[in-house]
Ligand binder design. Structure first.
Ligand SMILES: [Fe+2]
Length: 252
């Protein structure tokens, strides 16, 4: 019988990506999310004697999928990827969409479709742990760029994240929080700032962020309860305001 909770290992790759390994130490099984590169994952699996139970893909961008083939050649495992990206993810095996449930050993996920960054973007929700593996939808103090979707799609996707339980931890794929902090500070310095958040909350966030990053610790996972107080894209209370903020951020 399982006695411990799964844990998440963050493997930094490229300049600012994270690959997530969800690990059940009781069963020595792991699930990997968005392996943009395989070598660090393979080293970790090998060194810790873990069995790979599955690969989850949030969207088709190369920095999320390029490691899938070398990984599954060495560690065969089912690959779950968004149905709407079927033609763009050559190594996908099982195509998932909104509401699908995935069971991999002791680990369970339900699929949320969150379009905007890309049209087919999905996130993987673990309801037992209140963990969301959200790819490039929400970032610390920011959100993903709109490469394919509309402002309305992205706004609605962010609203869905905002409505998850407040204790939710968000595992987003990029370490962008410090960069996004500069945008937030610029916003709060504007005379007619559209942001309704409290400056003290942002200051507290900044202190914690700088402490973490100062010792090279990730700002991920994000705490939803905190992010909803300071992230301008979650504070936006209308599609119009979200669009204005996203356009402003694009110019930076
Ligand atoms: Fe992306």
């Amino acid at each position: 019988m399982n006695t411990t909770r799964p844990r998440v290992e963050l493997l930094p790759i490229f300049e600012d990506n994270y690959v997530f390994l969800l690990i059940d130490d009781d069963t020595q099984e792991a699930v990997v999310i968005d392996p943009g590169e395989a070598s660090k994952v393979m080293t970790y699996l090998n060194e810790h004697g873990l069995t790979l139970k599955g690969v989850l893909i949030t969207h088709h961008h190369k920095d999320h999928i390029a490691g899938v083939r070398p990984l599954i050649e060495k560690y065969p495992a089912p690959v779950f990827a968004p149905m709407k990206n079927k033609s763009q993810i050559p190594d996908g095996q099982f195509w998932v969409q909104e509401g699908d449930e995935i069971d991999l050993g002791s680990m369970h996920f339900s699929v949320m479709e969150l379009p905007g960054h890309t049209l087919g973007h999905v996130a993987f929700w673990n309801d037992d742990l209140k963990w969301l593996f959200s790819g490039d939808v929400l970032f610390g103090l920011g959100c993903g760029r709109l490469f394919e979707g509309t402002y309305e799609q992205m706004y609605n996707s962010l609203q869905r994240i905002k409505n998850l339980p407040p204790e939710t931890l968000i595992y987003c794929t990029h370490e962008y929080t410090e960069m996004n902090l500069q945008f937030c500070k610029m916003l709060s310095s504007l005379d007619d700032s559209p942001i309704t958040g409290d400056d003290e909350d942002l200051e507290m966030y900044e202190n914690q962020l700088l402490n973490l990053r100062g010792i090279n610790m990730p700002s991920v996972p994000l705490k939803l309860a905190i992010e909803t107080k300071v992230n301008p894209f979650l504070l936006a209370h209308s599609l119009e305001q979200f669009t204005y903020l996203r356009e402003l951020r694009n110019k930076q």
